[in-house]
Ligand binder design. Structure first.
Ligand code: SF4
Ligand code: SF4
Length: 90
C-alpha cells in the first residue's frame, strides 16, 4: 500500500506531522497551486499500514488519518509487479 496526501483537501495544519510515531510527515516548504504548504512524506514505505495492511487485511496504525480534519490522508493500492512486462535491453 502507498500513503498519499490528497492535496486538494489538505489545508496544511500539520497535525499529521505531530502524531506520526515514525515522523513520516514533515512540514513542507513550498506553496502548492492552492497557496497551501502541505506536508511532505519522508520514506512513507516505513508506515505501519504501508508495510502490514496487506498482511493483516485491515488498517493498523491510522493515527494520522484519524486526526486529519480534512480526510486528506489515504492509502492506495500500488500496481502489482508485472514480470512479463519487464524488458531488459543489452
Ligand atoms: S498510519 Fe501511523 S505510522 Fe503510518 S503514517 Fe500514519 S501515523 Fe505514521
Ligand atoms: S492533518 Fe490533514 S489537513 Fe492537516 S496537514 Fe496533515 S494531511 Fe493536511
Amino acid at each position: 500500500m502507498k500513503l498519499v496526501i490528497d492535496e486538494t483537501r489538505c489545508k496544511g495544519c500539520n497535525l499529521c506531522v505531530l502524531v506520526c510515531p515514525y515522523r513520516i510527515f514533515k512540514e513542507g516548504t513550498e506553496l502548492n497551486d492552492r497557496g497551501i504548504v502541505t506536508p511532505v512524506l519522508d520514506r512513507p514505505e516505513r508506515c505501519t499500514n504501508c508495510r502490514l495492511q496487506p498482511l493483516y487485511g485491515r488498517l493498523l496504525c491510522g493515527v494520522c488519518q484519524m486526526i486529519c480534519p480534512d480526510q486528506a490522508i489515504a492509502w492506495v493500492d500500488e500496481r502489482p509487479f508485472e514480470p512479463h512486462k519487464v524488458e531488459v535491453e543489452f
